[in-house]
Design a protein around this ligand. Structure first.
Ligand code: DC
Length: 232
């Protein structure tokens, strides 16, 4: 089968990255977690005591690049898992970006147009040879509007909070179920209401509500579409 681009968008914590990783493994494609890139940029501002609240003003004054020029986001392969992990200025920060502190600040960072433009450019570069699965909020609408396969994922908010809770517990990251639920609701609101590249379903995206599906069933749903549409 000729290589295609797979764009996966949807709400926070509804299993986008799980399915994206599984698809990439199955199809031998590159996997890119675009949310990890916004999280890594957020980590940079927090670690360097740059107030997130001032970013938009810096952008309006034309000086945001004083900060963003110092930020390099890349990925490296984890040989143990075979999955790519995000690096900030050459340092693997995959674990550091999953904390609640980052989750609470990343939506604000991702509203800033200049930051989005910088990251979208890198994301498009990753996809230029196709054979890529990328997940995020604007992949099928902005990053790869011509992607051959677009998915839009959603799931019930309680189910998403439980999944996130067990994911963080497994990673040894502390957070209560209630604060996770509040954060998910807030990010759903922020991501769908921002002016710049809001989360919306592309007209040609396939809707996948996986509230009552396990990982394998979700994967089968997508592989079935790929087989029918692209004959793989
Ligand atoms: O996928 P995630 O939850 O790790 O993403 C973190 C945040 O980054 C999310 O709340 C919104 C932002 N984001 C975005 O604006 N555009 C993307 N393509 C990916 C993520």
């Amino acid at each position: 089968m000729k290589k295609i681009t797979i764009a996966i968008d949807g709400y926070s914590s509804c299993g986008k990255s799980t399915i994206a990783k599984a698809l990439a493994k199955e199809l031998k494609y590159i996997y890119v977690d675009s949310g990890a890139m916004y999280r890594a940029v957020t980590l940079y501002f927090l670690e360097n005591d740059i107030p997130i609240i001032d970013l938009q003003r810096a952008a309006d004054e034309g000086v945001l690049n004083h900060y963003t020029d110092k930020i390099n986001v890349s990925f490296e392969n984890n040989p143990a898992t075979g999955v790519s992990e995000v690096c900030l200025n050459g340092r693997n920060v995959e674990k550091k970006i999953r904390t609640m502190k980052i989750s609470e600040n990343v939506s604000t960072v991702s509203t800033v147009k200049e930051i989005r433009m910088k990251l979208v450019k890198i994301q498009q570069e990753f996809g230029k040879n196709k054979g890529v699965v990328m997940d995020g909020r604007d992949i099928g609408t902005v990053v790869f509007p011509d992607a051959e396969l677009k998915l839009f994922m959603t799931a019930d908010v309680d189910e998403r909070a439980h999944r996130r809770f067990s994911e963080l517990s497994h990673k040894g990251i502390e957070a209560s179920l209630e604060e996770i639920k509040i954060n998910i609701r807030q990010r759903d609101y922020d991501d769908t209401h921002r002016i710049e590249s809001p989360l919306i379903k592309a007209d040609d995206a396939v809707l996948l509500d996986n509230t009552n599906l396990n990982e394998q069933q979700s994967l089968e749903f997508v592989l079935d579409i790929i087989r029918k549409k692209f004959g793989n």
